[in-house]
Design a protein around this ligand. Structure first.
Ligand code: ADP
Length: 584
């Protein structure tokens, strides 16, 4: 039958209790009904017999007899309607004090019942309760000067026998009823339990994340409604779960691929989440044992972050090796409690670098322009203040300085303008196919006199049979070659050797400018292409350099998908290589 708390056991118990209660109620009603019926019948027939005439004839007959009590007993026993049977029902003649004078039964004394007491008072005692052991009738009779009580006592044998039979019947039907109810309960519970079992199995499947099964609705009762609602619930649950899953996937993809680093800490300051960017920026292997203190202890206190208001955050910076990181820390909370803290890491290395470069650039420009301006101003002042006192040759010399300084400023401004056009993508280039060999030849011819003036041996090597065509802006490329060649002339002490070569190399055309001049120290090599960078400022300025030539050269080559590299040994000489894609 299963466990005591199973539905089936409960149903069986309820049925048994119901049957029991029903049987007890029916049985007791039946028993008391039967008993009452018999008592009523007993008094009806007694009262019917003891009519006025009968009592008178009894008195008269007895008065004539020498033994009136015995005479009365005989008469009463002969009265069939009284049903005296000597076993269950007897008749006794008592005196006025309740003593037996004569009777059909063997009793010698009788308990004084309520009815006898009533008869002693001269009235007929005719009451009996259903529960009392006997039923009796006491009638007062006066005969021949004596006072008697006719007492009829029934020991309820018939009633009891019938009651016993009734009880047996009730018990039998009880057993049958219980048996039927058990079978019925089992059958009923089967009907009830089957859909409940299906629901339980369905709920278990849903809990395990399987939403594929839909339960069949078999009835229209409450269980049917429950099944229908269950199906609806699992459908809603599935769509909600898939929405949540989608949201989660979206967030985790975002989290995974975002360029900013994100680290989340629990309430205790231990990592709960982090993205790959965070690990990379912090240069650490992050795992769930790392604490806030270890990562950002120097920048902020965890308790300080946790005590922030919800919308505010703590901003600070952190240096990790070469990297400069901007940190934004804020607490986050769940509905029930404070959840923890979130740190968003933004790599600001490049930003800071370009800010610094911009500041340096502005400082450099101001400095570069101030020197010639000061010169121009002081020479002009001298000319003005000296008036006619200044000898003409000196005056001309001063004017020459003013002009050359003005030229220098013009060059700087022009170079800056060119760079600014590159920066803003506004540099206009006119691309044509031209012979690089001829272009280099042109530069060589133009620079030759200058080189010879410095006593340099200046040579050009170019292939005889190949014009080395490239696609590009001829003037700009010539500008680059001119700049590199004039650097070689500038930074080589007089009487040096300068070689200019142009040749094909695979799919490229290469220009090589080599000198045996002052060379460039190794530490300066990485900075040569920075704006205004010069190894020896005084020397560069003296020779009319702006420190912008190489930057411009690099920008121009970038636009041509070309490349420039510089090798140099300080004191030995410099090699500059320019690579350009050859025209198809
Ligand atoms: P500048 O106008 O000063 O020549 P560049 O940008 O052309 O500016 O060159 C940057 C710096 O590189 C120069 O100031 C110089 O110190 C160094 N440099 C360039 N070419 C050579 C070379 N052939 N030999 C030695 N130093 C060189």
């Amino acid at each position: 039958m299963g466990r005591i708390d199973s539905l089936r056991t409960k149903l069986v118990l309820i049925m048994i209790l119901l049957i029991l209660a029903l049987m007890i109620v029916v049985g007791s009603f039946l028993l008391s009904g039967v008993s009452r019926f018999y008592i009523d019948r007993f008094y009806d027939s007694m009262i019917g017999t003891f009519s006025q005439e009968f009592i008178l004839s009894l008195q008269d007959t007895a008065a004539e007899s020498p033994n009136p009590p015995h005479q009365m007993t005989e008469m009463l026993m002969a009265q069939s309607s009284l049903g005296i049977d000597l076993s269950g029902r007897n008749v006794y003649i008592l005196d006025r004090y309740g003593n037996i004078l004569d009777g059909s039964g063997r009793e010698t004394s009788l308990p004084v019942t309520d009815n006898i007491l009533t008869a002693m008072k001269g009235e007929v005692g005719q009451a009996s309760s259903v529960n009392s052991k006997n039923m009796d009738l006491a009638v007062p009779v006066k005969s021949g000067g004596g006072e008697y009580i006719v007492y009829i006592l029934d020991n309820k044998a018939t009633v009891n026998a019938l009651s016993d039979q009734l009880i047996t019947m009730v018990l039998r039907s009880l057993i049958l009823g219980v048996a039927i109810s058990v079978v019925l309960a089992v059958f009923l519970s089967q009907i009830l339990i089957t859909p409940i079992r299906a629901l339980t199995a369905g709920a278990r499947q849903v809990a395990a994340g399987d939403f594929s099964q839909k339960l069949e609705v078999v009835s229209r009762d409450e269980i049917g409604t429950l099944t229908r609602n269950f199906n609806y619930m699992s459908q809603v649950l599935q769509s909600t779960l898939s929405q949540v899953e989608n949201e989660k996937n979206k967030l985790s993809t975002l989290f995974l691929h975002m360029t900013d680093g994100v680290v989340a800490f629990s309430q205790d300051g231990v990592i709960i989440h982090f993205n790959p960017a965070a690990g990379k920026m912090l240069g650490k292997n992050l795992d769930p044992t790392v604490t806030f203190e270890e990562l950002f202890g120097e920048e902020a206190k965890f308790s300080q972050v946790m005590s922030l208001k919800r919308t505010s955050s703590l901003e600070c910076e952190k240096q990790v090796g070469e990297r400069e990181l901007a940190l934004s820390m804020a607490p986050f909370s769940t509905e029930q409690s404070r959840g923890g803290a979130l740190v968003v890491i933004h790599d600001v290395t490049e930003q800071r670098k370009s800010e610094r470069a911009r500041r340096e650039f502005v400082a450099n420009v101001s400095h570069e322009l101030r020197t010639p301006l000061t010169n121009v101003k002081s020479y002009a002042e001298t000319i003005v203040s000296s008036g006619d006192d200044l000898p003409p040759n000196l005056r001309n010399k001063f004017l020459g300085v003013i002009m050359s300084e003005t030229d220098r400023m013009t060059r700087i401004v022009q170079d800056l303008l060119t760079l600014s056009r590159f920066d803003h993508g506004k540099m206009e280039m006119s691309f044509t196919r031209f012979s690089l060999a001829d272009a280099v030849q042109g530069v060589f011819d133009a620079e030759k006199i200058d080189a010879e003036n410095h006593g340099h041996t200046f040579t050009l090597e170019r292939p005889e049979d190949d014009s080395l065509d490239v696609l590009g802006d001829k003037e700009r490329i010539e500008q680059v070659v001119m700049n590199i060649t004039s650097n070689a002339i500038k930074y080589t002490p007089d009487g040096g050797e300068i070689r200019l070569r142009v040749f094909r190399k695979d799919k490229h055309v290469c220009i090589h400018v080599a000198d045996n001049g002052i060379g460039i120290p190794e530490k300066d090599l990485p900075h040569l292409f920075e704006r205004f960078y010069r190894v020896d400022k005084a020397r560069s300025r003296q020779s009319g350099g702006t420190g912008l030539g190489l930057s411009i050269a690099q920008e121009i080559l970038n636009m041509h998908k070309g490349k420039i590299t510089i090798d140099s040994v300080s004191g030995k000489g410099t090699d500059v290589w320019i690579l350009l894609p050859s025209a198809k």
